[in-house]
Design a protein around this ligand. Sequence first.
Ligand code: NAD
Length: 431
Amino acid sequence: MSESLFADASKRLANAIKYVSISEDALEHLKYPKASLNVSIPVRMDDGSLRVFQGYRVRYDDTRGPGKGGVRYHPNVSMDEVQSLAFWMTFKCALLNLPFGGAKGGIALNPKELSRQELERLSRNYIEAIADFIGPDVDILAPDVYTNATIMGWMMDQYSIIKRQICPAVVTGKPLTMGGSQGRESATAMGAYYVIKAILPRFEQLPENTTVAVQGFGNVGAIIADLLQQAGYQVVAVSDSQGGVYHEKGLDIPSIRQHKQEHKTLKGIYCQDSVCDTISGETLTNAELLALDVDVLIPAALENQITEANAAEIKAKYIFEVANGPVTSAADKILAEKGTYVFPDILVNAGGVTVSYFEWVQNRSGLYWTLAEVNQRLQEKMETETRETWAIAQDLAVSMRTAAYIHALNRLGEALDAKGTRDYYVNGLVH
Ligand code: NAD
């Protein structure tokens, strides 16, 4: 990569600044992460050997509340990636008006190479290493790529052992029996679904006339594919890291989810096993999926999937960024010239952190909500902020991404300025 992910992420901020009356001090503040931690995590492997993994946690900003952000297990995890993800979390939490700042963590490894016992030791040792850096009022963890509710449960348990008291609010996305929230597992996909439902009718794009391709068939991608199909959209292609499947008349998503659960991959879904008996279709690569002639493209895998190199090949009219950072800023420009509408990650995938916030509130109050209550509150939040972001985009004739940053930046600027502005200190003025 010629430019760091963080440098690219910062460009989105630069595009929004000219539309916002924010103090220079606040902007200066937002250029840098508040605190970054790099830890070495020794783990005793099943064969008796010792391996040391590199782990990270970044608290980008906590002006509006404690840091909040997931933990990623992936071979490409680096300080640059974690810092970029923490930066996006800062804007996402402000955009959704949640009382949180932005944070993120990760460990560089391929989790598929570790046994369950090794993964547990790694997760617990990561918490040992970062325990003084996190806390229910300081920095709260959550799942991300290749981490799940079980791992969140181990992390919460380890933190509670260290503190010698039960601390459910230090981690969200936990199993229900350990203080998890109803609806957390489906929250990111559900939130994205509410955004899509609020946006597409504005373009008179009805479900029955809309084809969809989803890149990444994981926690979020599989559920959004399912929700859209149930709502009448034609989901014609899905993929995972090994490749994808395509059928021009629409795929049978529940069968594919079942296959993926049993075999852990979409590879071979066509014509090597039972799914082939019920649905026909063909295989395709991830590059082919991204370039399909569909109405809606949903990148739900990793960052940097649509870049300067392939943006010109994208045929979809609408891109909803379920993954964090799937479209680079250079690709954004090419897509805008082509008339492609890109709906940004910090809005589209904010359902996850919104229900994480609900989980944190429930943990602290001790009163637990029903699934219907969670989803109703989620729908309200997603619809409100989508409507407000849309209004900014229309009023200022800017992209939805720039509008989302403007909306978030206004809230962050106000919070930062409430601590005292340059005028206050230089001229003795109180605003
Ligand atoms: P996951 O690990 O459950 O799924 C990721 C999926 O992407 C897997 O199916 C994997 O095989 C696939 N994948 C990996 N590399 C790929 C590639 N090059 N091409 C195609 N597919 C590929 O992760 P997830 O929790 O579903 O997260 C997916 C994205 O959504 C990430 O960018 C994450 O940061 C973002 N996100 C997740 C949440 C959440 O609540 N889980 C919240 C907000 C944002």
